[in-house]
Design a protein around this ligand. Sequence first.
Ligand code: NDP
Length: 328
Amino acid sequence: MSLAVQIRQHGGPEELHLTDVPVGEPGPGEIRIRHHAVGLNFIDVYHRTGLYPLPMPATIGMEGAGIVEAVGPGVTHLSAGDRAAYASAPPGSYAEVRVLPAKCVCRLPDAIDFETGAAMMLKGLTAQYLLKKTLPAEGLQPGDHVLFHAAAGGVGLIACQWARALGLQLIGTAGSDDKCRLALANGAAHAINYRTEDFAARVKEITDGKGVKVVYDSVGKDTWEKSLECLRPFGLMATFGNASGPAPAFAPGMLGAKGSLYVTRQTLFTHIATREATQAMADDLFAVVQSGDVTIHIDQRYPLRDVQQAHRDLEARKTTGSTILTLE
Ligand code: NDP
């Protein structure tokens, strides 16, 4: 048995229940891991509310780090006793122990502690694909301007630092002046408080009217419209989340009128569909963290039993950087 956080129906934070669940042996291609720390992500909110529906009951959570306890048939890259970390589909990380597909799981370098591992996999792999794999053709070049919303959040603070290391001019938005300062301290070239300033006007000013090559928008409903105004001709709108609600439906003709724009909606889980792709992206992430170019900021820690409060704070925009759930 394992202590886990389950939902029995979609709803508010009060639907998160600490409960004992059975844990079986890993089947073919699976491992069993005992978590030392679990990562909190905004997708956990979508799973809880039902924006992304799950079959019930469900243990939510997509990120964790710990020790591999057992490996199933056919698993060759991990052994019992290994230190490991992962971003996973399906959910199930809000638990002391779980079984999951081994292809999601990577050995954690000795220099990276468990809490950092749990705080960086889903968010860091997301920053990796957004900055390095989302833009086709020639990709991003040093000096390019990009706009990154929620820049002081979990994915955001990693993206700010990684963008600086790549020589990009990242314009970050955030919901308070303190959060803007945090984004600037972590590599954003400019920061805009989008609750008090017109971010599209400021982006035009910063880029001498040209606009940015890519907008990374995980806020959705509240930023979609103005984000499109921030793009240069042939620019890319990379919408990847719904923190304020889903972005609206649109008529494709609008993209032509606004300057032959591109729109993409990607998800990490397409990028990490295979073990090889996951490992390659994780190696890149481990390297940038070990080089010191990216520091994983764990700004909040909650014991697993306080998971309801963790969700309340995340939704109330009270958190910055990464948040982890700790296990006694
Ligand atoms: P964050 O730590 O970034 O938290 C979300 C942030 O969104 C808040 O702190 C807040 O920052 C901002 N926000 C803006 N409007 C709202 C609102 N109405 N309600 C709540 N928050 C709001 O979360 P994560 O780092 O876990 O994830 C960031 C985003 O990236 C999420 O939307 C998530 O779903 C998405 N994501 C997508 C992935 C993909 O592959 N498609 C993978 C991983 C994450 P502020 O106060 O500064 O505005």
